[in-house]
Design a protein around this ligand. Sequence first.
Ligand code: A2P
Length: 327
Amino acid sequence: MTVAVVGATGAVGREMVAVLEQRRFPVGELRLLASVRSGGRTLTAFGRDHEIRPAEASSFDGVDVALFSAGSETARVLGPVARDKGALVIDNSSAFRMEPDCPLVVPELNGDDLKGHRGIIANPNCSAILLCMAVAPLHRAAGLERIVACTYQAVSGAGARAMDELRRQEEAERTGQPLEHSVFPKVIAHNVIPWVTGILPDGYSVEESKLRDETRRILGLPHLPLTATCVRVPVFRAHSQAIHAAFLRAISPEDALALYANAPGVRALAEGLPTPREVAGTDDVVVGRVRVDRAFSPGLALWCVMDQLRKGAALNAVQIAERLVRS
Ligand code: A2P
């Protein structure tokens, strides 16, 4: 099978290549694509060096699966081109996520939505994947009534340049140099920023709106009341979320732990504190501090952590490809 990764030099793109390799996806030919800036560079994958080529229409000739993580603009231009050339396109940007024709899928939760797809599948926003994986098993048992979520998002969610910005600021702090920023609107080192990808006219950030809209779509609850505050924190990898969920029917922390025991892709801890340091590089959504909510009744409060480059992006995309290639 010929597989293209568009955005192969980026934080998610590199992880996509690693996940393909680790999960032994049946890759015959691998095409690593990026912008013209990266043309000529090489990356090692599947035991050999691959030249990075600029992504253009002809790059998709003969491609079976194209995994995109190169931003919305590139996806809007090249996604349909790849699809028209016969590739199955799985796009990690927000370009197609709310298009009714493009399924928005977390395979463990709504994999059936892939049926009847038209060649472009949207990979959800990482915070939406985390939230849905954490609440879906509880929703099936007790019926979600509303959600309040606060996110603590790692810098790698904003791409490779954002990781460099945090590294440079940490170094500047150590050596007494001025701290400069361009990716984020404030210095992120030793700080937290209540801003994830821009503020909309209603005062909510783009991320807060994606989290609401995509969660509603994935869970099939178009009117679910959901409010969020999304915050960037100086963590390199793995997003965390504090989730407060109200339910229609009674559900206890013990019930929740029993439900999670049968939820693929979720690992719930009866005790202990999941943090990004331990969860980074792993595949499961880890849920901890499951307790009775003090504001919602019946309700639960949860603390959840997930490597957003893996389950929140690359792994979820490859799982979608696996499902479609198998069927
Ligand atoms: P490049 O490294 O050549 O700029 P991240 O989200 O980590 O910032 O990564 C974004 C990815 O998208 C990178 O691999 C980047 O490639 C790629 N990219 C950006 N613009 C384009 C474009 N116009 N065509 C193809 N790939 C692009």
